[in-house]
Design a binder for this molecule. Structure first.
Ligand code: ADP
Length: 319
């Protein structure tokens, strides 16, 4: 292993820069050369590749987004595009590749590994939807963004005695809604892993109103359903004025939290170590406080895991 490549791919996440920084600095510290690849697999197959040194990653640990930029690249999923990417790695003398992204990016990395090219996945996605790792880079920053938004909405919700539906990201995985809902004291948390029951939401709102509660925050993961339909249903069923806020891409930006910077640095370090050890086709992650690695194939398996105990606690605390 003489030269490694690093790219960020798929949906960006705050803390990806800290991972890029760790990969570059650890690799150089251990005597390797590093190639940065811009715009994920798109940049790879176009040969948008440049040499990185220690100062290429100066002053970025605290920045959201990714200095390497990110992209979705459908061409790389096709055989011809994939082959172009593989050829580029050879042309630029890259011996191993670190891919920071979510499950889609992992599928690309796994395919490269199946073709004999060593790749290591670093989990970078705000959704926390990779089951093998407790946390992914960007999740902690995203939930803090949502908690701040809940705080603001709670003020205005109380002033007007309204219900506020807050839509957060999470098509299949309700972790953002669950964690931010628990931390923000949401009255209802609706996640895709659990069947949605409008009567249950309405019953809680009525109970709250009966005991003089003024604020009503309903956290809705995007995979559950359309927020405007839920708001209409609440108004029709119980006559409570309901507003919708969609947090959207605000969740994807911002200054990464210390937690995200720390796991990103640890993941980046482990990814380089694995490549130096001659390993490939692995994904790094965290289990408790231990940095772990599992086969990429396993890491891309769909998951419907959610923290049932945490969900039950949130239910209990919001009676
Ligand atoms: P994320 O990594 O955040 O889940 P995507 O699902 O958009 O984001 O995946 C990022 C990129 O990974 C895709 O645009 C594509 O280039 C690549 N990719 C996804 N699935 C495959 C696949 N089956 N084979 C090769 N590359 C893939």
């Amino acid at each position: 292993m003489k030269r490694i490549g690093i790219l960020t791919s798929g949906g960006d996440a705050p803390g990806m820069n800290a991972a890029v920084r760790a990969v570059v600095r650890v690799a150089i510290f251990k005597g390797l050369k590093v190639s940065g690849i811009r715009r994920g697999y798109q940049g790879l197959l176009e040969g948008d590749i440049f040499d990185m040194d220690v100062s290429s990653v100066g002053d970025i640990i605290h920045r959201g987004g990714t200095i390497l930029q990110s992209a979705r690249c459908l061409e790389f999923i096709e055989d011809e595009g994939f082959q172009k990417g593989l050829d580029m790695l050879k042309m630029f003398n890259i011996d191993g590749l670190v891919v920071c992204g979510g499950d889609g990016s992992y599928k690309g990395a796994y395919r490269l590994w199946q073709h004999g090219f060593p790749t290591i996945g670093v989990p970078g996605t705000i959704d926390n939807d990779l089951a093998y790792t407790d946390y992914t880079i960007g999740f902690d920053t995203a939930i803090n963004t949502v908690v701040n938004a809940i705080g603001n909405l709670r003020d205005t919700s109380s002033s007007h005695g309204r219900a506020n539906i807050v839509e957060v990201m999470g098509r299949h995985c309700g972790d953002i809604a669950l964690h931010a809902g628990l931390a923000g004291g949401a009255e209802s948390i609706l996640i895709p892993e659990i069947k949605f029951d409008i009567d249950e939401v309405c019953r809680k709102l009525i109970q709250g109103r009966n005991r003089g509660k003024l604020h009503n925050i309903i956290l809705l993961a995007e995979g559950v359903g359309k927020p405007y339909e839920v708001s209409q249903a609440i108004e029709e069923k119980i006559g409570m004025e309901t507003r919708v806020s969609i947090i959207g891409h605000l969740q994807r930006g911002g200054i990464p939290t210390a937690f995200d910077r720390i796991i990103a640095s640890r993941f980046g370090n482990r990814a380089v170590e694995l490549l130096i050890e001659g390993q490939g086709g692995r994904a790094v992650g965290i289990n408790g406080d231990d940095i772990i690695d599992v086969p990429l194939e396993e890491a891309t398996k769909p998951n419907d895991r959610y923290n049932k105990k945490m969900y039950e606690l949130a239910q209990m605390l919001s009676i």
